[in-house]
Design a binder for this molecule. Sequence first.
Ligand code: DGY
Length: 321
Amino acid sequence: MSDRPVLFVTRKLPDAVETRATRDYDAKLNIDDSQYDAPALISNSAEADAILTCSTEKFTADIINQLSARVRAIATFSVGYEHIDIDAAKARGIIVTNTPDVLTSATADVAMLCLLGAARRQQESTALLRADQWGRWDATSLLGAHVTGKRLAILGMGRIGRAVAKRARAFDMEIHYSNRSRLAPELEQGALFYKNPDDMLPSAEFLSINCPSTPETHHFLNTDRISKLPDGAVVVNTARGDIIDDEALIAAAKSGKVSGVGLDVYEGEPAFNKGYLDLPNAFLLPHIGSATVDTRDAMGFRALDNLDAFFSGATAPDTLT
Ligand code: DGY
């Protein structure tokens, strides 16, 4: 019998991560990436000392309260942790960790991809080629939103928001931001701060959502707030889908109030609002922000670093509880 901690891994993870998990833990892998519902999460963790999960599994208070008393740690392979009831875990003495930093650049890259793709009408343009309907070059078709010199408003100026700002500065964009607290000057780098995000919206020729999903940010971007955006604004979301009221954004993209939408995340994903598919001016990706080989390996290693620290008796660096 092994004296290594038993680790229940809820999803298929990159090979390098599974190899390390198997080397250092008595790892119960999900080789065929089966989808575990609540009873399966509970039963599979019966013999586990720790759980390595992803943002696709919801650890509600109800589920956490039914986990075996043996479970002492939940490490999520994500920076977002809205899928785990932190208070319930804390109440049971279970530590929870996430994977900050390692996915910052990959996610910020995808935010710029969404921004440029939405501004420059990539999906409409490529659809013409795929349908073999490209006519003569002309001076008036497929005109998009100009990026250089425009105002980019960033909601949530944490690591990813700041990495988006860094990239956008290279496009000569003027950075505005709203965050719970104002950044120090060396992090702010001349960006204009708004304590109240509503006050930032009239400046948002481009709006990038980079804040966490919390009860306070749920449906932040609703009809009322969209009305405060400049006409023809471009909206980008690479954070969490539920920060946007989809019906409100779809209506605004149809009316032209919003000229482009760039989304990597959706409320209720993967069952997203299919109204987006009818929008020619929507640039849509299936939550690939962190999807590079390097980043996904780094996320797994970071999650395992946290578990290693915890089981060696130290405080795991990314402890949230
Ligand atoms: C994250 O790490 O939060 C990514 O969005 C994947 O869930």
